[in-house]
Design a binder for this molecule. Structure first.
Ligand SMILES: NC(=O)C1=CN([C@@H]2O[C@H](COP(=O)(O)OP(=O)(O)OC[C@H]3O[C@@H](n4cnc5c(N)ncnc54)[C@H](O)[C@@H]3O)[C@@H](O)[C@H]2O)C=CC1
Ligand SMILES: O=C([O-])CC(=O)C(=O)O
Length: 330
């Protein structure tokens, strides 16, 4: 058995963490042979609730759970961790856009960037879930200059999973038979869920999704807006934002980053190098492949005029969010 790795979940007393902690501690993220020590960070007033979460983790009797550390101190939480899931932040409510959370949440990621810079391993792999996730990840990276910027990512995997599920339902196939749908840009209502390179397996044969669906109007309008607005639809129904599916997506993101994405593309918000004409120095979601703990943007894709308009709109929003976030952090 490998020696345990330290994994931190922030917002550990919240609703996403409630699903996520089990997935990490049961081996679905880092593999069935990798023990974990869980560091649980939340704010001081939540320590009582967190105590209950600690009790429940013990009561799960999980063989891979090698230790649990609940704390309200970021430097204690981030000490020597390999994998931070930065979930802790205010969720939006009905009628809000995710960027409306910026002024409330971005300071959390400044403070946590500073703490990571001070005490985390330099090869730490950071996943930001708390909204607005892309811009929070950018700010976190900016305040942790001793850690390579490639090590900071934002979660758009939930959007990818939603897009894949929508296409599979339309085609009447199991969800795993659809692959390579892309989420470009911001985890917001300007994101571009792009099915143009997606593939579907039908009767054992792989075909392009656009040809299999053969309904351009559906792919450019209904499909795009359903995925863009899915988070708001869940809030309208549940009166709380998605948590079960968000935790599953966070697990998928980290698992693929650590263990590899195989023959599938996955979407991750990463610091843009300007690929595909996107704004540099924003955290932009791209199709990537992952192996040996590193991600690589899929190169050489054709960008249609429609896609160009969509990429430019979401890039513009990310530039605006960055400007606002830097102002808040001054
Ligand atoms: N990127 C994505 O796809 C998704 C992102 N989200 C976002 O994830 C975040 C968390 O959502 P929920 O778990 O539903 O919220 P929640 O309100 O249930 O839990 C948030 C937890 O974070 C804690 N927290 C607040 N400030 C903190 C700090 N400075 N340090 C550590 N913990 C802190 C709170 O005390 C609370 O326990 C929200 O911002 C939400 O919008 C939610 C779904 C999907
Ligand atoms: O919509 C929200 O505010 C929560 C979220 O990010 C999502 O469900 O995608």
């Amino acid at each position: 058995m490998a020696s345990p790795i330290k994994v931190v979940v922030t917002g550990a007393a919240g609703q996403i963490a409630y699903s996520l902690l089990y997935q990490i501690a049961s081996g679905s993220v880092f593999g069935p042979d990798q023990p974990v020590v869980l560091h649980l960070l939340d704010i001081a007033p939540m320590m009582g609730v967190l105590e209950g979460v600690v009790m429940e983790l013990a009561d799960c009797a999980l063989p891979l759970l090698a230790g649990v550390l609940p704390t309200a101190n970021p430097e204690e939480a981030f000490k020597d961790v390999a994998a931070p899931f930065l979930v802790g932040a205010m969720p939006r409510r009905k009628g809000m856009e995710r960027k409306d959370l910026l002024s409330a949440n971005v300071r959390i990621f400044k403070e946590q960037g500073q703490a990571l810079d001070k005490v985390a391993r330099k090869d730490v792999k950071v996943l930001v879930v708390g909204n607005p996730a892309n811009t929070n990840a950018l700010i976190c990276s900016k305040y942790a200059p001793s850690i390579p910027k490639e090590n900071f990512t934002a979660m758009t995997r939930l959007d990818q999973n939603r897009a894949q599920a929508q296409l599979a339902a339309k085609l009447g196939v199991p969800v795993q038979d659809v692959k390579n749908v892309i989420i470009w840009g911001n985890h917001s209502s300007t994101q571009f869920p792009d099915p143009s390179n997606a593939l579907v397996k039908i009767g054992g044969v792989e075909k392009p999704v656009p040809a299999a669906i053969n309904d351009d109007e559906f792919l450019k309008s209904t499909f795009v807006s359903t995925v863009q607005k899915r988070g708001a639809a869940v809030i309208a129904a549940r009166k709380m934002s998605s948590a079960l599916s968000a935790a599953k997506a966070a697990s998928d993101h980290m698992r693929d980053w650590f263990l590899g994405s195989g023959d599938r593309w996955v979407s991750m918000g990463v610091v843009s190098d300007g690929s595909y004409g996107t704004p540099r120095d924003t955290v932009f979601s791209f199709p990537v492949t992952t192996s040996n703990g590193k991600w690589k943007i899929v190169e050489g894709l054709t960008i249609s005029d429609f896609a160009r308009t969509m990429l430019d709109a979401t890039g513009k929003e990310l530039d605006e969010e960055k400007r606002d976030a830097l102002e808040v952090c001054k």
